[in-house]
Design a protein around this ligand. Structure first.
Ligand SMILES: Cc1cc2nc3c(=O)[nH]c(=O)nc-3n(C[C@H](O)[C@H](O)[C@H](O)COP(=O)(O)O)c2cc1C
Length: 303
């Protein structure tokens, strides 16, 4: 009932663990898989170890809404090979999130991901508090990076989109034309919080990316717009805390969704999302999730 195909990637569940929240080791990737995640995305990995920014790097702004500037802290892709092997041995479908210091390095990261046995790569061209966001903010660079990566790997390539742009649909169309197999929409939205007593920004990096509840309406609107423009699958992401949130994304046009901030509450969420969606489909006389993909576009009220 909930099986989905993202290009050649076949998933038993449309609920995917998003990059960066808990995908920092093979054991957490495997835990998410055993809890029912259809696939798990690793923390974004680059060519070498990166310590990231000083603390505070993650703060809760409002209940279930966060601002983070972790700064792509990661052990480097080579150090992660054992973690991928462990997660794969446990049966997980592993999507490796990768980035590079320059465009060519994205190709090298994707080739390494394939050698390591990953099932797909997600290109982080969108983290709002790191240099990579400038790629996802520029159609020419987006085109180039995807072509480079496609030439280096036969794995499905997913472009994770940057919402901090004037026209995200244009960037997504460019990604599709360049050969992306799917897009993830969206990464975090740029934001800042200021401590009025200390009279300075709260995050050590000053600004960061907004995630969680407040991101959902922004992300749903992006997915809705992309559905009208793209042929390739759209993976929704942003503020999913329960099956009702997920249903909004499916009705807007996503064929799968990634869950990030809500995982602070634990991995049981994957089972709850699947059970809730199955009941929703049954109560509405649908037999497959695919029957509701983009349904909100039929007869929808134009704003
Ligand atoms: C602490 C933290 C770290 C993140 N690290 C990454 C990352 O390494 N790569 C990436 O593509 N996205 C990263 N993200 C963004 C999430 O994958 C996701 O796109 C975003 O948080 C929106 O989903 P959510 O509202 O369900 O959290 C991170 C988000 C948070 C909160």
């Amino acid at each position: 009932m909930l099986q989905v195909d993202i290009g050649s990637l076949k998933l038993n569940s449309p609920f995917i663990m998003a990059s960066g929240i808990l995908g920092v080791s093979g054991s957490t990737l495997a835990k998410a898989h055993h809890a029912g995640a259809g696939a798990v995305v690793s923390k974004s990995l680059g060519p070498e170890t990166r310590e990231g920014y000083m603390n505070p790097s993650v703060i809760e702004l409002f209940p279930d809404t966060f601002l983070n500037a972790v700064g792509l802290a990661n052990p480097g892709i080579d150090e992660f090979a054992g973690e991928v092997a462990f997660a794969k041995k446990e049966g997980a479908t592993v999507i490796l999130s990768v980035f590079g210091g320059e465009l060519g390095e994205y190709g090298e990261m994707a080739a390494k991901a394939e050698e390591m046995g990953a099932d797909a790569v997600e290109l982080n061209i969108s983290c709002p508090h790191a240099h990579v966001s400038c790629i996802g903010a520029d159609a020419t660079l987006t085109d180039e990076v995807i072509r480079i990566v496609k030439a280096k790997t036969s794995l499905p390539v997913i472009a994770k989109l940057n919402p901090n742009v004037t026209d995200i649909v244009e960037i997504a169309r460019t990604a599709e034309k360049a050969g992306a197999d799917a897009v993830t929409a969206i990464n975090t939205v740029r934001g800042m919080a200021i401590d009025i007593d200390a009279k300075c920004p709260v995050l050590a990096n000053k600004s960061g990316g907004l995630s969680g509840k407040l991101l959902k309406p922004i992300a749903v609107k992006v997915v809705y717009d992309l559905y009208e423009a793209l042929q390739i699958p759209i993976i929704g992401c942003g503020g999913i805390f329960d099956w009702r949130d997920a249903a909004e994304f499916f009705l807007a046009g996503a064929i799968a969704v990634e869950v990030g901030s809500a995982l602070w509450r634990g991995f049981d969420l994957f089972g709850e999302l699947a059970n809730g969606m199955k009941k929703y489909l049954k109560n509405n006389n649908f037999s497959q999730l695919s029957e509701i993909t983009g349904l909100a576009h039929r007869g929808a009220t134009q704003l």
